[in-house]
Design a protein. Structure first.
Length: 193
């Protein structure tokens, strides 16, 4: 079973959200997701070519047979003999590490497709117009590979992880469907009886 790279980002953000999107087929837009979709649509229509000394390919599909991963990269650049992914995100910067995990998964695919190592990539945040360097450290690679296994398990079993209320819920577009505080209270009540 191929794992969508985007599911890794969602799982890292919140396993319950990942379940809702990729098992229950639920998706609701909010301001953040609409901005993100619009950004990706713009990115994905820009084409490919040289920019100064850098070769840029946009909207390229990546896959890994080894990890059974598939997904589209916003941008892959080659500069000074190095090829690396660049993922576009809305906002000023990532808060929770899920975006870094997504770009690391893209690097795992690129390494397999190119047959050479990819040591770093970038996250580009549209609001701040800043590129954030992501080093593909051993720890980040391990975290990404563990997330692939967890998402595979989630998709195979369909078992729903609990909704756990926390800082991530504030910007979550599924908050009104999920009601994480009520879900937590219900779970505590069930555990008490
Ligand atoms: S509201 Fe919170 S618990 Fe529910 S899906 Fe979103 S992030 Fe996860």
């Amino acid at each position: 079973m191929d794992i969508p790279i985007a599911a890794l980002n969602q799982f890292s953000y919140c396993p319950h959200r990942c379940w809702r999107m990729f098992c229950a087929g639920e998706f609701v837009d909010n301001q953040y997701t609409v901005e993100g979709t619009s950004l990706h649509e713009r990115v994905h229509t820009l084409g490919e070519g040289m920019r100064e000394e850098t070769w840029q390919v946009r909207a390229i599909w990546l896959r890994s047979d080894r990890y059974q991963l598939v997904g589209k990269a916003d941008l892959v650049e080659t500069s000074d003999g190095q090829t690396y992914p660049v993922e576009y995100k809305r906002g000023r910067r990532g808060e929770f590490g899920n975006d870094a995990l997504q770009v690391c998964a893209q690097a795992l695919c690129l390494e397999e497709m190119l047959g050479r190592s990819v040591s770093q990539g970038y996250l580009y945040y549209a609001q701040s117009h800043q590129r954030q360097l992501v080093e593909f450290s051993a720890a980040l690679r391990e975290e990404t590979i563990a997330a692939i296994a967890s998402v595979r398990q989630l998709l195979l079993t369909g078992l729903m992880p609990p909704a756990i209320y926390g800082p991530r819920c504030r910007g979550c577009s599924l908050r009104e469907q999920c009601l994480p505080r009520a879900a937590g209270q219900l779970q505590r009540y069930q555990e008490a009886v």
